[in-house]
Design a protein around this ligand. Structure first.
Ligand SMILES: CCCCCCCC/C=C\CCCCCCCC(=O)SCCNC(=O)CCNC(=O)[C@H](O)C(C)(C)COP(=O)(O)OP(=O)(O)OC[C@H]1O[C@@H](n2cnc3c(N)ncnc32)[C@H](O)[C@@H]1OP(=O)(O)O
Length: 218
């Protein structure tokens, strides 16, 4: 991989065309890219974001943090690879496949009948008044709805529409049950429903359409 560092755990993506089917030709799942500490690195970044959300630093401390962050950013600069080679999104051993842009979830069960997951919105997912931002709830539904469609058809699918009905407040720092399933399908169209529960309480519902991508479709 051009520009990638020589590291034995940095498993390179193969060089076959990578954009077939919209996301990639082969969704190469690995638990090795990024090495054994990658999950903890992601966790520390999430924790930092949690603290930033609630921190009220003095000007001096803000300057110190900026200095530290510049150093950290410079460290990562020398390891940047393309989206297909990055560990983020392919580390199935980690919450949300190691993708830091997603709320952390664990898939308990997934197959053609749907996906069962536990998702925990973090302090940095705050919307207001101590509960989750609705946009973050939609992100969780988008990813796990897309997963339900992909697992049914065996190839990537893309969101055509996504409606979230917010039924009650979604708490932070609480393991929540998220379920998605393809309710019906018609050709390439997968109508995906979903629910998000805090115990017995329904927090939100998903009504969405995911279109199976044609081979080679961008
Ligand atoms: C190898 C194994 C794989 C297994 C892997 C398993 C592990 C899975 C792991 C991880 C899963 C991760 C999951 C991530 C999920 C995230 C997904 C996203 O966030 S995607 C980003 C946001 N979405 C966009 O940016 C789309 C933008 N829009 C488009 O690209 C197109 O509009 C697209 C592809 C959606 C449809 O375009 P067209 O050209 O392909 O198809 P046309 O002909 O327009 O539509 C097909 C049918 O759908 C209807 N349709 C399309 N859009 C509609 C809409 N908005 N409402 C109603 N119907 C719609 C049409 O009327 C048509 O219906 P008629 O066949 O004629 O009956």
């Amino acid at each position: 991989m051009k520009g990638a560092p020589e590291q034995e755990w940095n498993v390179a993506a193969d060089e076959t065309p990578q954009h077939q089917g919209g996301f990639r030709a082969d969704f190469e799942v690995t638990t090795e890219r990024g090495g054994p500490s990658y999950g903890e690195m992601i966790e520390q970044v999430r924790t930092f974001m949690d603290k930033v959300r609630y921190a009220s630093p003095s000007p001096e401390l803000a300057d110190e943090v900026i200095d530290d962050l510049r150093k950290l950013n410079a460290k990562l600069d020398s390891t940047l690879v393309d989206e297909w080679t990055s560990p983020s999104g392919t580390r199935i051993d980690l919450p949300s496949r190691g993708n830091i842009t997603l709320p952390p979830y664990e898939v308990l069960d997934g197959g053609p009948d749907g996906v069962d997951a536990v998702v925990t919105f973090r302090p940095f997912h705050l919307g207001g008044n101590g509960v989750a931002h609705g946009g973050h709830v939609a992100i969780a539904f988008d990813d796990l709805g897309g997963m339900a469609a992909a697992l049914r058809v065996g190839r990537p699918a893309r969101t055509a529409y996504l409606t979230v009905n917010y039924r009650s407040l979604t708490p932070l720092d609480t393991p929540l049950t998220l379920r998605t399933w393809v309710e019906r399908h018609d050709g390439r169209k997968n109508f995906v429903r979903g629910t998000l529960h805090d115990g017995d309480r329904l927090c939100a519902e998903l009504d969405s359409l995911f279109i199976e991508l044609k081979p080679g479709q961008a």
